[in-house]
Design a binder for this molecule. Structure first.
Ligand code: NDP
Length: 286
């Protein structure tokens, strides 16, 4: 028992992570950002561009991606391009990674951020919707990871997975979404163990986000949520920072999310009550 444990300890010791963030860390790095046509993904693209990274952006809407790419070039990206398509199709997810391989011959950071449309309401019993959402929000993340792994092993790079408090603690009116985010935690937390056991020096950062002021989130939930949203620009920077620092998890905004996760362990029933008390149920129309 002791010898394997010592081996594991040594492996963890050599799985070294930088301590301080410096924007220079991203200069010249080759980064894929999914869901980059709006919201947090768009803001991550701008930060990366400012830091001098090469960015490959993806989402469905070509016209929006074109504008984001132009802005990235103005901000100083080493290079910026896009591929448009839907992550409902895992073949497209793989194609995006192949595009990085053909263009750059390698990859340093894979930021998985996109989500498909869902609803903020009572679960409507639609099993097909959950299946489709799992394809978009979960299986495409797995497919991109599988295709990118040889390049990430070569660069000793980073996988950054954008999740939510709804992927750590259930809340009302988000059953399909929450299921896809819990799936990400299960898959990537297991994979992280295997990387450490196998001395694979690819970091996996799971980002647990609270409520962020993106247009789509505000449209979906602002009428029924009591807390104020946090700024998407700062959130985007924190995601990049935590990935570059090879952190295990990001909690953003830190106080609220870390507090919730602590309560989840200590007093889960109380956390459930707190979550429900934060929702204006009367404003959710069946
Ligand atoms: P947005 O809705 O602003 O952005 C979603 C992105 O995904 C867009 O670029 C969209 O572009 C793209 N997208 C949507 N459907 C598909 C599809 N089928 N295939 C490929 N791309 C698609 O979301 P946010 O910026 O608010 O969220 C980003 C991440 O942060 C998500 O993972 C979300 O779960 C997480 N998060 C956000 C919170 C918030 O309050 N905002 C809270 C907790 C977590 P297009 O329509 O052009 O395809």
């Amino acid at each position: 028992v002791i010898i394997p444990l010592m081996g594991l300890g040594l492996a963890m010791y050599f799985y070294s992570a930088p301590e301080n963030f410096n924007e220079e860390m991203l200069r010249g790095k080759r980064v894929i950002v999914t869901g980059a046509s709006s919201g947090i993904g768009e803001q991550m693209a701008y930060h990366l561009a400012r830091m001098g990274a090469h960015v490959l952006l993806t989402a469905r809407t070509e016209a929006k991606l074109q504008k984001v790419v132009e802005r990235c070039l103005e901000l100083g990206a080493a290079s910026a391009r896009f591929v448009s398509g839907s992550m409902e199709d895992t073949a497209f997810a793989e194609e995006v990674v192949k595009e990085a391989e053909n263009t750059w011959g390698g990859l340093d950071m894979l930021i998985l951020n996109h989500i498909g449309n869902s609803y903020f309401n009572y679960f409507d019993g639609d099993v097909d919707h959950i299946r489709k959402l799992l394809e978009t929000n979960f299986l495409s993340y797995v497919a991109m990871t599988v295709t990118a792994l040889p390049m990430l092993k070569e660069s000793e790079g980073n996988i950054v997975v954008v999740s939510s408090v709804a992927g750590k603690a259930g809340g009302p009116f988000v059953a399909p979404y929450s299921a896809t985010k819990f799936a990400l935690d299960g898959f990537f937390s297991s994979l992280r163990h295997e990387f450490i056991i196998d001395n694979v020096n690819v970091s996996i950062t799971l980002c647990i986000l609270g409520y962020i002021d993106t247009d789509s989130a505000m449209r979906a939930v602002s009428h029924a949520i009591k807390v104020a949203p946090s700024p998407k620009e700062e959130c985007a920077l924190e995601i990049i920072r935590s990935g570059a620092l090879r952190q295990r998890e990001l909690h953003y905004p830190p106080g609220i999310v870390s507090g919730m996760l602590l309560l989840r362990g200590l007093a889960p029933g109380f956390l459930d009550t707190l979550i429900r008390s934060n929702v204006v149920v009367e404003n959710v129309q069946r």
